[in-house]
Write a protein that binds this ligand. Structure first.
Ligand SMILES: Cc1cc2nc3c(=O)[nH]c(=O)nc-3n(C[C@H](O)[C@H](O)[C@H](O)COP(=O)(O)OP(=O)(O)OC[C@H]3O[C@@H](n4cnc5c(N)ncnc54)[C@H](O)[C@@H]3O)c2cc1C
Length: 472
């Protein structure tokens, strides 16, 4: 029992009779792990709590969603961090409440009893989740991309759409099933659209008998005036041209007004599709509102340049969960921002515990932004540098391999990329949903006859090879 709160205190119990200050880090993403690592030699006990047992390299999630990479290629178990850091305990649990007054967080793992963890310092780094801007009903038909399971759902949806198209009896249905709509023209939307185009036109080109994946329609919807608004206009225009070359239709000023299982309504018109992917925006974790700081429109806690909710509170918010202004400019919600903030907070806590002088206020070092638009083409924008094309793509590839969490991730991704580059094949073309989810009960009322399957009432589709007319 925790004497201060009177509530039961579950794992991790190791620090309860320990006199060292306890630092609780919520979230084992870029920001949280950077804080934990920076505290490696500090005289503190560090408890890192995450609802998942692994860290994800989110910049490559779209490659899992499009079957280039397998989930394990871009993830690393958080518990492995404890092997090299004796003052670190990792706990898998979802943090469900924060009580700043009693300095405890409440966490729970599945159906097990909730438990409290007292803290001396709290580092809140739970990141963000996709937001549907008040249209939460869209989520059912338009999954967002944030976790490995999201990526697997999207991958299954894309590959399943081709399987269903192969047995669809009428051309309108085939067209709908081989139309993919991505909502949001930021880097994730652009990367997804380009990679789906390559999947369709290169990888799957000769894999079907009744449909031609080369005829796939890919539509990228962006509500604003242009795609990639965070990039220089010339670079964004070059990306748009490259998308057009890949056969992606880019529609700007186009807002998804409604999304259901028939497709997307844009400008009052139905765009028929079975696959919509949401890449339009993120909102901070709801935990950001529980630490006594004001929040912005995206739910991020407003913190000053020491990243603390108030000076000396010992409660820090970092990464995508925080809104930080430096000279009136927002620190961007990107991996570099999260890494640098995590490292900075680690230094502040270490200095405070050692009663040394604290570091100067946080300063974001902009190392640039990148977006990849298919094979051999990327954009790179950094202070004093603007690049596009193959060289930028090579820089992108080396940087991303270098930042993957473990050596084995780097080796696996390197090999997989080389294989895909030269063969056009993808290593992870798996539909992981069970066969019952593949069936559409409304359409498969009758059992299939040998050699054929019944797709609509009374409609029979021969599964024997039928050459399709392919685009040259
Ligand atoms: C698809 C995608 C592509 C991206 N591409 C790029 C890119 O190319 N370049 C770039 O710089 N940035 C990119 N980003 C942004 C970048 O990934 C984020 O800015 C960065 O991950 C933020 O780090 P973080 O530590 O704040 O949050 P995250 O990395 O999201 O980590 C948050 C952690 O908190 C955990 N968590 C959340 N809630 C709880 C809870 N209640 N209890 C316990 N644990 C919890 C989560 O499981 C997660 O592990 C991309 C993001 C996405 C989603």
């Amino acid at each position: 029992m925790d004497q201060t709160s009177g509530r039961s205190t579950g794992p991790p119990a190791r620090a309860s009779n320990n006199v060292r200050p306890r630092v609780v880090i919520v979230g084992g993403g870029f920001a949280g792990v950077a804080t934990a690592k920076r505290l490696r030699r500090a005289n503190v006990d560090v408890v890192l709590i995450d609802k998942r047992n692994h860290q994800i390299f989110q910049p490559l999630l779209y490659q899992v969603a499009t079957a280039v990479l397998a989930p394990s290629d871009i993830a690393a178990p958080l518990r492995q961090l404890t092997e090299v850091q004796p003052n670190l305990t990792v706990q898998m649990a979802e943090v469900i409440g924060i009580d700043v007054e009693s300095r405890t967080i409440r966490a729970q793992l599945s159906d097990a009893a909730a438990f409290d963890v007292p803290f001396d310092f709290l580092v809140l780094a739970p990141g963000a989740t996709p937001t549907y801007f008040g249209h939460d009903g869209f989520a059912e038909n338009a999954p967002g991309l944030k976790t490995l399971s999201d990526a697997e759902v999207i991958r299954s949806k894309i590959l399943k759409a081709y399987e269903l198209a192969e047995v669809a009896p009428d051309s309108a249905d085939r067209r709908r099933l081989t139309t993919f709509v991505i909502v949001g023209g930021g880097p994730t939307g652009v990367e997804l659209a380009a990679t789906i185009a390559q999947l369709a036109r290169v990888t799957l080109r000769r894999d079907f008998r009744r449909i031609d994946p080369g005829q796939t329609q890919i539509v990228l919807l962006e509500g604003g005036k242009r795609i990639l608004p965070s990039f220089d206009e010339d670079l964004a225009s070059a990306a748009r041209r490259q998308l057009n070359r890949l056969g992606v239709m880019v529609r700007t000023g186009a807002v998804a007004e409604a999304i259901d299982d028939r497709g997307v309504i844009v400008a009052g018109q139905l765009l028929p599709t079975a696959t919509v992917i949401w890449a339009a925006g993120v909102a901070a974790s709801r935990l950001s509102a529980q630490v006594g700081a004001q929040t912005d429109r995206a739910g991020r806690a407003l913190v000053g340049l020491n990243l603390e909710t108030s000076p000396g509170s010992g409660v820090f918010v970092i990464g995508d969960a925080a809104s930080v202004l430096e000279n009136g400019k927002a620190v961007p919600g990107v991996a570099q921002g999260a890494l640098q903030q995590g490292d900075y907070v680690g230094k502040v806590i270490a200095a405070r515990v050692a009663e040394g002088s604290e570091p100067a206020p946080f300063h974001y070092r902009d190392k640039g932004s990148m977006a990849v638009v298919g094979k051999d083409f990327a954009l790179l924008e950094a202070p004093g540098v603007r690049m596009r094309g193959r060289l930028a793509w090579l820089v992108w590839a080396f940087i991303h391999i270098g930042f993957l969490p473990q050596l084995q991730n780097r080796l696996r991704v390197g090999v997989q990329w080389l294989w895909s580059y030269y063969t056009g094949q993808r290593g992870s073309r798996l539909i992981t949903e069970g066969p019952s989810n593949l069936r559409r009960p409304d359409r498969l009322a009758e059992g299939p006859a040998p050699g054929s399957t019944t797709v609509g009432p009374g409609t029979r589709v021969e599964l024997a090879a039928q050459p399709v007319e392919r685009a040259p």
